[in-house]
Design a protein around this ligand. Structure first.
Ligand SMILES: O=C(O)C(=O)CO
Length: 273
């Protein structure tokens, strides 16, 4: 199995130092949060993109893609009725698709809870239609760069739009684009689903494009109460062939400890199931 890690927990480490440690631990992939590099993707020049990619590849690391796509942006929104904002959001996703491809990645996780919340008074149906429009206007250009968007269900604590895999599949079926697939995240599945995680892995195994591991305490796999044995067993038995990527939200124990402990736990569990 290919293990990756989302790099934003390394907050003020320079890129080379991040890549050195991540490679040394044994990860093969890195997932980037664009805000960790620049305010806007267009601020990252072609030379900078090539240098970021080379630093990773020189250490045998693949930049697998981007997440936190709209985090820390202003004036962008997925489910709004506002025509201009919808257009700007679609254009921004295309810019991110170009960044992702230039870095060698082929996936982008659409989580961005704040920028997808349904506005007061809007029906869920309208929100789905607005979101479908944004994706329909961005996914073809993103596909031309060989990148797909993975739609991430999130807990009701984080957002009121798309809380379950079934919700995400509803949008995916509306959009009808080959490069729009499901994302599964352990913390999110612990929060809003009625079925168990192994059941959800099995049920959606042909739809899933990417998989995040973490725990409801916001730390890495093995650092909370969740037993990953049934989760990894289900992934092993499923048709999932993508990355397993560590994504944490509490950086308190320190980036290095989180990265090391998560990797060690994942490797042990993966080998034992
Ligand atoms: O990508 C996002 O926006 C998240 O929620 C973290 O995956």
């Amino acid at each position: 199995m290919k293990f990756a890690i989302c790099q934003e927990l390394f907050v003020d480490w320079d890129w080379e130092k991040q890549c050195n440690l991540i490679a040394e631990i044994g990860y093969k992939g890195i997932e980037l949060a664009p805000f960790a590099f620049a305010d806007r993707p267009s601020d990252i020049s072609a030379e900078q993109r090539a240098a970021i990619r080379k630093t990773a590849e020189d250490r045998d690391l693949e930049i697998i893609g981007l997440h936190w796509l709209l985090a820390k942006t202003e004036g962008l929104h997925l489910t709004t009725n506002n025509t201009e904002i919808k257009k700007n959001t679609a254009d921004y996703l295309i810019e991110l698709g170009n960044l992702c491809a230039d870095l060698g990645g082929d996936l982008m996780v659409f989580g961005s809870p704040f920028q997808r919340d349904i506005e007061e008074g809007m029906s869920a149906e309208q929100a789905y239609e607005n979101a479908a429009e944004v994706f329909q206007n961005s996914l073809p250009a993103i596909a031309e760069r060989g990148v797909r968007i993975c739609m991430e269900p999130l807990t009701t604590k984080e957002t009121n739009f798309i809380n379950t895999c079934a919700d995400a599949m509803k949008l995916i079926d509306m959009v009808q684009a080959d490069n729009f697939v499901l994302h599964q995240d352990v913390k999110a599945m612990l929060g809003a689903e009625t079925e168990s995680i192994p059941e959800l892995i099995q049920k959606y195994d042909t739809k899933v494009g990417h998989f995040h591991v973490n725990d409801s305490n916001l730390l890495g796999p093995g650092m909370g109460e969740t037993d990953y044995h049934p989760i990894f067993k289900a992934l092993k038995e499923s048709r999932y062939r993508g990355w397993i990527s560590v994504e944490v939200f509490d950086y308190e124990p320190g980036a290095e400890l989180i990265a090391r402990d998560s990797f060690r736990y994942m490797k042990d569990v993966w080998e034992s199931v």
